[in-house]
Design a protein around this ligand. Structure first.
Ligand code: SF4
Length: 239
Protein backbone atom coordinates (compact mmCIF):
# COMPACT_ATOMS: atom_id res chain seq x y z
CA UNK A 1 0.00 0.00 0.00
CA UNK A 2 1.29 3.50 -0.74
CA UNK A 3 2.14 5.81 2.16
CA UNK A 4 -0.12 8.85 2.64
CA UNK A 5 0.80 11.64 0.29
CA UNK A 6 1.27 13.92 3.34
CA UNK A 7 4.41 12.12 4.48
CA UNK A 8 7.50 13.96 3.25
CA UNK A 9 10.89 12.36 3.62
CA UNK A 10 13.71 14.88 3.84
CA UNK A 11 16.71 12.65 4.26
CA UNK A 12 17.76 9.04 3.93
CA UNK A 13 20.79 7.09 5.11
CA UNK A 14 20.74 3.96 3.01
CA UNK A 15 22.53 1.71 5.51
CA UNK A 16 23.15 2.64 9.13
CA UNK A 17 24.80 0.40 11.71
CA UNK A 18 24.21 2.76 14.63
CA UNK A 19 20.52 3.66 14.62
CA UNK A 20 19.09 0.39 15.98
CA UNK A 21 21.47 -1.65 18.10
CA UNK A 22 22.28 -4.97 16.46
CA UNK A 23 20.50 -4.13 13.21
CA UNK A 24 21.38 -2.71 9.81
CA UNK A 25 18.75 -0.15 8.93
CA UNK A 26 17.80 2.40 6.36
CA UNK A 27 17.14 5.65 8.24
CA UNK A 28 14.47 8.08 7.07
CA UNK A 29 14.30 11.67 8.31
CA UNK A 30 10.90 13.37 8.55
CA UNK A 31 10.66 17.16 8.82
CA UNK A 32 9.55 19.50 11.61
CA UNK A 33 9.37 19.21 15.37
CA UNK A 34 7.16 20.61 18.13
CA UNK A 35 10.16 20.99 20.47
CA UNK A 36 13.10 23.40 20.30
CA UNK A 37 15.84 21.72 22.29
CA UNK A 38 18.96 23.89 22.42
CA UNK A 39 21.19 20.84 21.92
CA UNK A 40 19.32 19.60 18.82
CA UNK A 41 21.78 18.69 16.09
CA UNK A 42 19.09 18.29 13.40
CA UNK A 43 18.03 21.92 13.46
CA UNK A 44 17.82 22.43 9.71
CA UNK A 45 15.30 19.60 9.61
CA UNK A 46 13.44 21.18 12.54
CA UNK A 47 13.58 24.88 11.64
CA UNK A 48 13.85 25.04 7.86
CA UNK A 49 12.89 21.70 6.32
CA UNK A 50 11.49 23.41 3.20
CA UNK A 51 15.11 24.09 2.17
CA UNK A 52 15.80 20.37 2.03
CA UNK A 53 14.92 18.30 -0.99
CA UNK A 54 12.30 15.57 -0.71
CA UNK A 55 13.40 11.98 -1.10
CA UNK A 56 10.68 10.49 -3.32
CA UNK A 57 8.69 7.73 -1.64
CA UNK A 58 8.91 5.63 -4.76
CA UNK A 59 12.71 5.80 -4.57
CA UNK A 60 12.59 4.72 -0.92
CA UNK A 61 10.23 1.86 -1.67
CA UNK A 62 12.34 0.57 -4.55
CA UNK A 63 15.55 0.87 -2.52
CA UNK A 64 14.00 -1.11 0.34
CA UNK A 65 12.60 -3.71 -2.00
CA UNK A 66 15.99 -4.20 -3.70
CA UNK A 67 17.87 -4.38 -0.38
CA UNK A 68 15.47 -6.17 1.91
CA UNK A 69 17.76 -9.22 2.20
CA UNK A 70 20.60 -7.01 3.41
CA UNK A 71 18.60 -4.70 5.69
CA UNK A 72 16.96 -5.62 8.99
CA UNK A 73 14.66 -2.67 9.13
CA UNK A 74 13.93 1.02 8.80
CA UNK A 75 14.51 3.70 11.42
CA UNK A 76 11.94 6.50 11.16
CA UNK A 77 13.34 9.59 12.78
CA UNK A 78 13.21 13.36 12.53
CA UNK A 79 12.42 15.93 13.58
CA UNK A 80 9.42 14.38 15.25
CA UNK A 81 7.89 11.63 13.09
CA UNK A 82 4.63 11.38 15.06
CA UNK A 83 3.59 14.82 13.77
CA UNK A 84 2.93 13.10 10.44
CA UNK A 85 0.54 10.34 9.46
CA UNK A 86 3.15 7.59 9.35
CA UNK A 87 0.88 4.55 9.63
CA UNK A 88 0.99 3.76 5.92
CA UNK A 89 4.74 4.36 5.72
CA UNK A 90 5.20 1.85 8.55
CA UNK A 91 2.80 -0.56 6.85
CA UNK A 92 4.73 -0.31 3.58
CA UNK A 93 7.97 -1.18 5.42
CA UNK A 94 6.34 -4.10 7.25
CA UNK A 95 4.87 -5.44 4.03
CA UNK A 96 8.39 -5.61 2.62
CA UNK A 97 9.27 -7.87 5.53
CA UNK A 98 11.38 -5.30 7.37
CA UNK A 99 11.24 -4.15 10.98
CA UNK A 100 10.30 -0.61 12.02
CA UNK A 101 12.09 1.40 14.66
CA UNK A 102 10.52 4.72 15.65
CA UNK A 103 12.38 7.62 17.25
CA UNK A 104 10.13 10.01 19.17
CA UNK A 105 10.24 12.83 21.68
CA UNK A 106 7.21 11.27 23.39
CA UNK A 107 4.87 14.22 22.94
CA UNK A 108 2.17 12.23 21.11
CA UNK A 109 1.30 9.25 23.32
CA UNK A 110 -1.95 8.57 21.42
CA UNK A 111 -0.09 8.21 18.10
CA UNK A 112 2.61 6.04 19.64
CA UNK A 113 -0.02 3.83 21.33
CA UNK A 114 -1.89 3.40 18.06
CA UNK A 115 1.28 2.44 16.17
CA UNK A 116 2.24 -0.09 18.84
CA UNK A 117 -1.26 -1.54 19.10
CA UNK A 118 -1.50 -1.90 15.32
CA UNK A 119 1.75 -3.87 15.30
CA UNK A 120 3.34 -1.26 13.02
CA UNK A 121 6.45 -0.61 15.11
CA UNK A 122 8.86 -3.16 16.55
CA UNK A 123 11.08 -0.90 18.59
CA UNK A 124 10.62 2.61 19.98
CA UNK A 125 13.39 4.94 21.16
CA UNK A 126 12.07 7.83 23.24
CA UNK A 127 14.12 10.84 24.26
CA UNK A 128 13.72 11.74 27.90
CA UNK A 129 15.14 15.19 28.21
CA UNK A 130 14.52 15.99 31.85
CA UNK A 131 12.74 14.72 34.97
CA UNK A 132 8.99 14.51 34.38
CA UNK A 133 7.92 17.88 35.74
CA UNK A 134 6.58 20.72 33.61
CA UNK A 135 9.22 23.28 34.62
CA UNK A 136 12.31 21.13 34.03
CA UNK A 137 10.98 19.63 30.84
CA UNK A 138 9.88 22.93 29.33
CA UNK A 139 13.26 24.48 30.06
CA UNK A 140 15.20 21.77 28.25
CA UNK A 141 12.81 21.28 25.33
CA UNK A 142 12.43 25.02 24.65
CA UNK A 143 8.61 24.97 24.56
CA UNK A 144 5.88 24.68 27.15
CA UNK A 145 5.44 21.00 27.85
CA UNK A 146 2.95 18.99 29.87
CA UNK A 147 5.31 16.45 31.34
CA UNK A 148 2.45 14.14 32.32
CA UNK A 149 1.88 13.36 28.60
CA UNK A 150 5.54 12.43 28.22
CA UNK A 151 5.44 10.28 31.32
CA UNK A 152 2.35 8.54 29.94
CA UNK A 153 4.13 7.93 26.64
CA UNK A 154 7.18 6.50 28.43
CA UNK A 155 4.92 4.23 30.48
CA UNK A 156 3.12 2.78 27.48
CA UNK A 157 6.40 2.26 25.59
CA UNK A 158 8.01 0.56 28.60
CA UNK A 159 5.07 -1.79 29.01
CA UNK A 160 4.13 -2.61 25.41
CA UNK A 161 7.12 -2.67 23.07
CA UNK A 162 10.86 -3.27 22.83
CA UNK A 163 12.45 0.04 23.65
CA UNK A 164 15.21 2.28 24.75
CA UNK A 165 15.01 5.60 26.52
CA UNK A 166 17.77 8.09 25.98
CA UNK A 167 19.02 11.40 27.23
CA UNK A 168 21.48 13.71 25.52
CA UNK A 169 23.52 14.90 28.45
CA UNK A 170 24.36 18.58 28.44
CA UNK A 171 27.06 19.80 30.85
CA UNK A 172 25.56 21.84 33.67
CA UNK A 173 22.04 20.62 32.85
CA UNK A 174 22.19 16.86 33.23
CA UNK A 175 24.01 16.60 36.54
CA UNK A 176 24.33 13.20 38.25
CA UNK A 177 21.33 14.17 40.40
CA UNK A 178 19.19 14.94 37.33
CA UNK A 179 20.23 11.72 35.57
CA UNK A 180 19.43 9.82 38.77
CA UNK A 181 15.95 11.42 38.91
CA UNK A 182 15.28 10.46 35.29
CA UNK A 183 16.58 6.89 35.72
CA UNK A 184 14.56 6.39 38.89
CA UNK A 185 11.37 7.62 37.20
CA UNK A 186 11.98 5.41 34.16
CA UNK A 187 12.64 2.38 36.36
CA UNK A 188 9.31 2.96 38.11
CA UNK A 189 7.64 2.83 34.68
CA UNK A 190 9.34 -0.47 33.82
CA UNK A 191 12.12 0.77 31.51
CA UNK A 192 14.67 -1.89 30.65
CA UNK A 193 17.22 0.08 28.65
CA UNK A 194 18.58 3.60 29.04
CA UNK A 195 21.21 5.24 26.85
CA UNK A 196 23.07 8.46 27.64
CA UNK A 197 24.21 10.32 24.56
CA UNK A 198 27.19 12.64 24.57
CA UNK A 199 26.24 16.18 23.61
CA UNK A 200 28.05 17.52 20.51
CA UNK A 201 28.45 21.31 21.01
CA UNK A 202 29.43 22.27 17.47
CA UNK A 203 26.15 20.91 16.08
CA UNK A 204 23.85 22.49 18.68
CA UNK A 205 20.86 24.64 17.71
CA UNK A 206 21.62 27.12 20.52
CA UNK A 207 24.61 29.39 20.03
CA UNK A 208 25.11 29.52 23.77
CA UNK A 209 25.36 25.74 23.99
CA UNK A 210 27.84 25.68 21.10
CA UNK A 211 30.35 27.27 23.46
CA UNK A 212 30.17 24.40 25.97
CA UNK A 213 32.60 21.53 26.14
CA UNK A 214 31.13 18.02 25.93
CA UNK A 215 31.37 15.75 28.95
CA UNK A 216 34.55 13.73 29.32
CA UNK A 217 34.40 9.94 28.94
CA UNK A 218 34.97 9.51 32.69
CA UNK A 219 32.00 11.77 33.43
CA UNK A 220 29.84 9.72 31.06
CA UNK A 221 31.02 6.52 32.78
CA UNK A 222 30.05 8.02 36.14
CA UNK A 223 26.55 8.89 34.87
CA UNK A 224 26.13 5.34 33.57
CA UNK A 225 27.06 4.07 37.01
CA UNK A 226 24.41 6.30 38.63
CA UNK A 227 21.64 5.29 36.21
CA UNK A 228 22.70 1.65 36.37
CA UNK A 229 21.55 1.51 39.98
CA UNK A 230 17.98 1.66 38.67
CA UNK A 231 17.85 0.16 35.15
CA UNK A 232 19.29 -3.17 33.95
CA UNK A 233 20.87 -2.04 30.70
CA UNK A 234 22.57 1.37 30.71
CA UNK A 235 25.31 2.60 28.39
CA UNK A 236 26.52 5.74 26.72
CA UNK A 237 27.05 6.62 23.07
CA UNK A 238 29.29 9.14 21.39
CA UNK A 239 32.84 7.89 21.92
S1 SF4 B 1 12.82 16.81 20.06
FE1 SF4 B 1 14.59 16.04 18.91
S2 SF4 B 1 14.31 16.80 16.81
FE2 SF4 B 1 12.94 17.99 18.15
S3 SF4 B 1 14.10 19.84 18.66
FE3 SF4 B 1 14.44 18.32 20.31
S4 SF4 B 1 16.31 17.21 19.73
FE4 SF4 B 1 15.56 18.31 17.89
Amino acid sequence: MAPESGVRIKGMVEASFVDWDGNIVCTLFLPGCNFRCGFCFNHELVLAPEGLEDVPLEYVREYLRANRDFLDGVCITGGEPTLHGIQELCRMVKELGLGVKLDTNGSNPEVVASLIDSGLVDFVAMDVKAPFDDGSYSLVSGVEVRAERLRRCAELIASRVEHEFRTTVVPGVHTPEVVEDIARALAELGARKYVLQKFIPELAMSEELRRLKPMRDEEMDALVEVAGRYIDVVRWRGR
